[in-house]
Design a protein around this ligand. Structure first.
Ligand SMILES: [Zn+2]
Length: 146
């Protein structure tokens, strides 16, 4: 028996689906049609924070308790319905959205910045990924002031 072939390779994605229960809210359990959904939508933004999908999935596993709050399993049908209902588009932040970012950050504390950006759905994936980074930068700025 070929030793390599006897090793069952469970992909990182499959591990995440399993930890999330391998089940859509409609009851579908056929793993062929189950998909990992970003609750906040616009998963394409999320992907930009990683070099690859593999790296993204590894991060989800590594910090599963935190990351899983933003993930859910949907079957193909439920995912299509969600997209149509929320009219999720691949719209990138426009010029009016970018203006929000011009508010001087050094005068706002991280909580304010995060709250401000959170009001814009198109920034939410970015905000949640950068919360820790913003907090760290703010802390460094404060320490250097003293
Ligand atoms: Zn479903």
């Amino acid at each position: 028996m070929n030793k390599e072939k006897s090793v069952i390779q469970i992909t990182v994605r499959e591990q995440i689906l399993e930890k999330l229960g391998n089940r859509c809210r409609c009851g579908e359990t056929n793993t062929e049609v189950l998909q990992l959904d970003h609750k906040l939508g616009q998963g394409y933004l999320e992907k930009q924070f990683f070099k690859s999908r593999q790296e993204m999935f590894e991060q989800y596993l590594k910090e599963f308790e935190y990351e899983s709050k933003y993930l859910q399993i949907l079957c193909f049908n439920c995912n299509v319905k969600k997209r149509n209902r929320l009219q999720e588009t691949k719209k990138r932040p426009g010029i009016n959205d970018i203006k929000v970012l011009n508010k001087p950050f050094d005068e706002a504390n991280p909580a304010e910045v995060i709250e401000l950006l959170w009001n814009y759905p198109q920034f939410r994936p970015l905000v949640r990924r950068q919360v820790r980074m913003i907090q760290r930068i703010y802390k460094e700025v404060q320490e250097n002031k003293e």
